[in-house]
Design a protein around this ligand. Structure first.
Ligand code: SF4
Ligand code: SF4
Length: 403
């Protein structure tokens, strides 16, 4: 067990993370309260710890104490607080009960990104040894074993052998092989823990699409789990180390594109955030499976027939894919091509409700987190009980666990 760090270290971490946007968000909240109603957690449980600005105020109070004139000399006047061990301890429940979905950022009239403040607070908590034990364990597993759920290389290879048989059966061709570690392939496909352990059918479906489109792809026996728990935990060193492994494998195999499936945060992390963490451009493109299927459908490499799907369906926008990555029209175009009766859920696109499964909340099955699932499901049911499609297993798991 590592020795506890002095609270002065927490202050140094805050100082090192103070960018202009963060300082602006910490300076400008008017406490109007508009963000409260936008948060799915507060909707499910009207406890003040779920109000977005309340979560941000922990860091805000400490920031004011050390970085503003009024906070230094008249702390009582501006609700500034000394950074103490007790103060830091009081952050935990509220800060780790947030899915970092950023719905509140869209609602805020002045655009304060509370999720960025929450992420910064998590970084400080994690560095001070105060992150939830399960997130710590998953992050350690990702760094040491290469998989948060401890999927070993042997377990992965067994899974692939089984999937290969399933693929041969599905495509009625016993010569089909799943390529592994193929240097120079166009696409490297990396799945996620949840798929490998709980939803292997999504991997199978993706492989079927690859074969139908006739692309040159490979999987890796070195990097087979793209999940980056450092993002959730707030552990910046782990976040960077995990991303570096994915990048190194893409480089080793000299692929043109890394395809990230299932995991919304992994896609966002590798595509949008890894270049910042690693301080360089990636030598390959990063794409989501949905994005690629959309391209292949437009190029008629994949032919979709809505007559195969006559029932009414609706679609749940995953936060990291829609609000946080801007991929909103591609899945809709695909669904209109593939289904005869696609109907929108309300609200949708960047205003979608979070499923409650992101930012590490999915594996932490506390009583509270179980309560968030029914809220998601109720909203879905309000759309006429139509089957709701989601390209992410986390929302499916959230709703299943909440039954
Ligand atoms: S909506 Fe924006 S300004 Fe209003 S309380 Fe929330 S974060 Fe602060
Ligand atoms: S980021 Fe999402 S879960 Fe977190 S406070 Fe904002 S709306 Fe709530």
């Amino acid at each position: 067990m590592t020795a506890p760090r002095p609270i002065t270290d927490a202050l140094k971490i805050l100082d090192s993370m103070l960018t202009l946007p963060l300082a602006t968000y910490l300076e400008t909240c008017t406490h109007c309260g508009v963000c409260a109603d936008s948060c799915h957690l507060y909707q499910a449980d009207a406890n003040p710890i779920h109000i977005p600005s309340y979560k941000a105020d922990f860091l805000r109070r400490v920031y004011k104490r050390y970085h503003t004139f009024a906070g230094r000399y008249l702390p009582w006047l501006v609700d500034a607080r000394d950074f103490t061990e007790r103060e830091l301890e009081s952050w935990k429940d509220s800060v780790y009960q947030c899915t970092m979905c950023r719905r509140c950022s869209i609602a805020c009239p002045i655009g304060i990104d509370n999720a960025l403040i929450v992420r910064t607070s998590r970084t400080i908590l994690s560095a001070m040894g105060k992150a939830p034990a399960l997130l710590e364990e998953h992050t350690r597993n990702a760094c040491e074993v290469g998989s948060p759920l401890r999927v070993t290389r042997e377990a992965f290879l067994e899974r692939i052998a089984w999937l290969e048989e399933e693929l041969q059966d599905a495509l009625d061709d016993d010569q089909i092989k799943i390529p592994l570690d193929k240097v120079g392939a166009d696409f490297l496909y990396i799945a996620a823990s949840l798929e490998l352990m709980k939803f292997p059918q999504t991997i199978l479906s993706t492989l079927k699409l690859f074969h139908a489109a006739g692309i040159d792809y490979t999987l890796s026996s070195v990097r087979y789990d793209v999940t980056n728990y450092g993002v959730f935990n707030g552990d910046d060193a782990a976040t960077k180390a995990i991303a570096e492994k994915d990048v190194a494998e893409g480089e080793r195999l000299r692929v043109k594109t890394v395809v990230v499936s299932e995991c919304g945060h992994a896609y966002r992390a590798l595509r949008w955030e890894a270049p910042n963490w690693l301080q360089r451009d990636l030598p390959f493109a990063v794409k989501d499976v949905v994005e690629l299927v959309h391209e292949w459908s437009a190029q008629e490499k994949l032919k979709l027939n809505p007559e195969h799907n006559p029932d009414a369906i609706t679609y749940h926008d995953p936060c990291n894919m829609s609000r946080n990555s801007g991929m909103m029209e591609e899945p809709r175009t695909l669904l209109r091509r593939a289904a005869a009766d696609f109907r929108e859920m309300t609200p949708n696109r960047e205003h979608n409700w979070c499923c409650g499964g992101g930012a590490g909340c999915c594996p932490c099955r506390s009583t509270m987190r179980r309560a968030w699932g029914p809220a998601s499901r109720r909203r879905n049911k309000s759309n006429g009980r139509r089957p709701a499609l989601s390209p992410r297993p986390a929302p499916i798991a959230r709703c299943n666990w909440a039954r």
